[in-house]
Design a protein. Sequence first.
Length: 105
Amino acid sequence: MSNAAEKWRARFAKVVARAWTDDAFKAKLLSNPTAALAEVGIRIPPSVTVKVLENTQDTLHLVLPPVPFEGELDDYDLERLAATDTPTGFCCTHDCVIVAEELPD
């Protein structure tokens, strides 16, 4: 796994942990994700919209990442992309969209 992917997963884990333990932060994350993420050092460019959905015991959200290529790929290339060790398989680690600063430990 790339260093960028590891950093993103660590940042995301801290956001999730805080949402699980801080009801006010969770409410803000659901209603105003950009502001809530800024509180923990993750800045979202104004041109990007963030939507936060909460999985429950009886509702599971699946996120389809954007297509990371133009044109057609053969089965071999598609299989390699799907196996890529990133948070979504196909997508980058969001560093192309999100400017994440180091979070305090």
